[in-house]
Design a protein around this ligand. Sequence first.
Ligand code: G16
Length: 542
Amino acid sequence: MKQTVETKPFSDQKPGTSGLRKKVPVFQQEHYAENFIQSVFDSLEGFEGQTLVVGGDGRFLNREVIGKVIAMAAANGFGRAVVGQGGILSTPATSNVIRKRKAFGGFILSASHNPGGPNEDFGIKYNIGNGGPAPEKITDAIFARSKVIGKYYTTDLGVLDLDTLGEREVDGFVIEVIDPVKDYAELMESLFDFGAIQGMFRSGFRMSFDAMHAVTGPYAKEILERRLGAPEGTARNFVPLEDFGGHHPDPNLVYAKDLYDELMGPDAPDFGAASDGDGDRNLIIGRGIFVTPSDSLALLAANAHLAPGYRQGLKGIARSMPTSGAADRVAEKLGVGIYETPTGWKFFGNLLDAGLATICGEESAGTGSDHVREKDGLWAVLLWLNVLAARGQSVKDIVSEHWRTYGRNYYSRHDYEGVETEAANRLVDGLRAKLDTLPGPKINGLTVSAADDFAYHDPVDGSTSKNQGIRILFEGGSRVVFRLSGTGTSGATLRVYIERYEPDPAKHDIETQAALADLIQAAEEVANIKELTGRNIPTVIT
Ligand code: G16
């Protein structure tokens, strides 16, 4: 029976870079999750009788909120909910199911790479019918609705069994529990040369994949070990846990340090990779070499034609603004378009739908293609494996050769996490205020050629997104970018992105921080980071 529940608005339900992310206790407030879910439904039209996909990364609160979404979907008029067994469905797999089933849309319950558990993070994101995150037009409408909402609709569906595969009907509403891996594994098989990768494993190629006790565990087991024949044990930490074993499921050099150390150590395997909480990020490490996400994007774009799914070539490449320009050089050589978007996968959706881009990537460990409308961690790993199998070279040789051909973009990101919000805003406002005066005079011996606050004009729908990051460009092509993260849940995270282009192969083996030292110092001088944040060093350097 449909119930109408009276509620009062919360003022803090503005979706960030990727949906609404808050601490678990915030979501546990009475009506909090329901208000947001209803605000989503109230911002949509035409879903009567349609299918809604519900996916989650298995973190604490996952099952409970899945229950709420399904009951509210039924009460709001949807006809069917498709949910992954055990409440598990990775973000790219959810995107695939939405597309394959021609669903109206889907909910993804995740706070991605943020930690999970009773006092950690949770998140709710809505994806539209193309399988991608809702565009700003919709997230703005959701936020507006959340500020005035007065009631929500739900219904009692009885005890929900999320563990048994198959369909069940309650009062005309169908709940379908699906195998979370099967459709996704089939999609991967259609894109990559599984035979060649199997052959590589048969001839002794060794790999370590760290699922970080997050959602990709079951996917990695099935695809890498069962379908591709990698030895058992290739995938580790493969059981999804509600608290990710107490770790940050963030595949970077800090939180996946064990994997990094293994690949740098004696008797290292040929290839190391990891994915994050909800399976959309990737970390790529070869024996003795870490591949930055920006380089990985460029390399995958340059070599994608070696995989059957991309043999016909790329339509274009898209990258987020803070991502290095390495991919731009590949696009130039291929003679295809390059698009620079704000941070946030949602900005790639229009480009992919319009057939302007085939491959997209972000410095924040996200790479993907037009096969779904989310970034896709395992996809990137499999494309790397396909390239390695086709070229028969080591990761290190492939990367060095790429730099020799295109030049090297030295790149690093310095994060200052948990900074006081006011201080972070003051820093960014201060930079914004002096943008016009920056070009000309030298900063730490470097001449600024241009400075702006990045604005994006979507070439497909004509929309404009302003204030997407402060860019300071130096003569010679180096740059420093400042922006505040849109995915944190406490305080502010200041991100400083530093990049230098080096065409000379004789200078490609400098340690990254050393290669960027003068720019790092210039960033400090122009932004007063130490004084304004009270921090002497970044929390995380990637
Ligand atoms: C999300 C978005 C990405 C974005 C990243 C970092 O990733 O989907 O597009 O690059 O956040 O955003 P920020 O710098 O604002 O923290 P995920 O993996 O958290 O969904």
